[in-house]
Design a protein around this ligand. Structure first.
Ligand code: MN
Length: 306
């Protein structure tokens, strides 16, 4: 089994986030980000910040946990939040990404996306947008018109996945993964289920095409039930608790918004739900290359970024 290495209580980290967001929010309304340069603040690389002000959580980012969590670079999470109806769409105006992939997982609410490669679409509850920025893309991300007008509960995560040096300049690609395409696989002993976005569980393959081996599962576990999740030896493995509470390997309890990070050695992890729980499970083969990032650009050397 993979030993639990760290249990991050992301709540502890909100204060530095607010400072970053303050910058982002000042910049956003006036479209001043271009004038100030894309590197003025971090709040708009973790772009979900714009949707929710200080409600977004920076679960991790590459400047802090880049080596430990490779190939994953960043995770921003908006816990469920009720937006009132509005006539002004909330979101992020056109901004660039390069050298990696952004994966937006919609749990509640709706966002729309348009990019410079002609990709675009709307994602709602259960849908996932897997965007390969590759050689470079400019896109915008906004709450949908319908959601803006009606208001409602919004809950979304954005995960950044690194690309190997050989893939960093790949052609931009957009995968709109609809809820119906994402298989739901029962866990043994009726413990719950796993939605397989990427990778394979219980013989079912997720629809996402990835450049390196990656699993991304949305796991629901019923109160009192237990499950072994098969995560391969040598891989980076972690999960974010979206709701509820789980005992991890019988060692520690993780609650909402906690991030559990596991040792790479060993096979699989064990979770037991203290109450009904939902987890976003991330697993991937590490990319053993230098990560050099500046906001929305993540490359291998400083020269690549210039
Ligand atoms: Mn973006």
């Amino acid at each position: 089994m993979k030993a639990l290495q760290t249990l991050f209580k992301t709540n502890d980290r909100v204060s530095s986030l607010i400072a970053r967001l303050a910058l982002g929010l000042v910049m956003f309304p006036h479209g001043a980000q271009k004038a100030l340069g894309w590197f003025g603040g971090y709040g708009f690389s973790g772009t979900m910040g714009f949707f929710t002000g200080q409600l977004v959580r920076s679960v991790f980012d590459y400047s802090g946990l880049g080596k430990e969590l490779s190939p994953f670079l960043l995770l921003d999470y908006v816990a469920p939040y009720e937006f009132p109806p509005s006539d002004r769409r909330r979101g992020v105006e056109a901004h660039p990404h390069k050298g990696f992939e952004t994966v937006t997982i919609a749990f509640q609410g709706q966002i729309e996306h348009r990019d410079s490669s002609g990709g675009g679409g709307r994602i709602g509850p259960g849908d996932v947008q897997w965007m390969t920025a590759g050689s470079g893309i400019v896109h915008e991300e906004f709450q949908s018109e319908e959601f803006t007008r009606k208001g409602g509960v919004f809950q979304m995560a954005q995960l950044w996945v690194n690309l190997r040096a050989q893939d960093k300049n790949t052609r931009p690609r957009y995968q709109n993964l609809q809820r119906a395409q994402i298989p739901i696989v029962g866990l043994p002993h009726e413990a719950g289920n796993a939605r397989v976005i990427a990778g394979e569980y219980g013989g079912s393959k997720g629809p996402a095409r990835t450049f390196t081996p990656i699993s991304l599962w949305d796991v629901s576990l019923s109160s009192g039930k237990s499950a072994d999740l098969p995560l391969p030896d040598g891989h980076t493995s972690a999960f974010l608790v979206l709701s509820g509470e789980v005992a991890v390997n019988g060692q520690a309890d993780a609650v909402e918004c906690n991030l559990a990070i596991f040792a790479r050695t060993g096979n699989g992890i064990n979770i037991t739900a203290r109450r009904d729980a939902r987890l976003l499970v991330m697993d991937g083969e590490p990319i053993a290359e230098l990560v050099v990032g500046r906001g929305p650009f993540v490359m291998n050397t400083y020269a690549d970024i210039q």
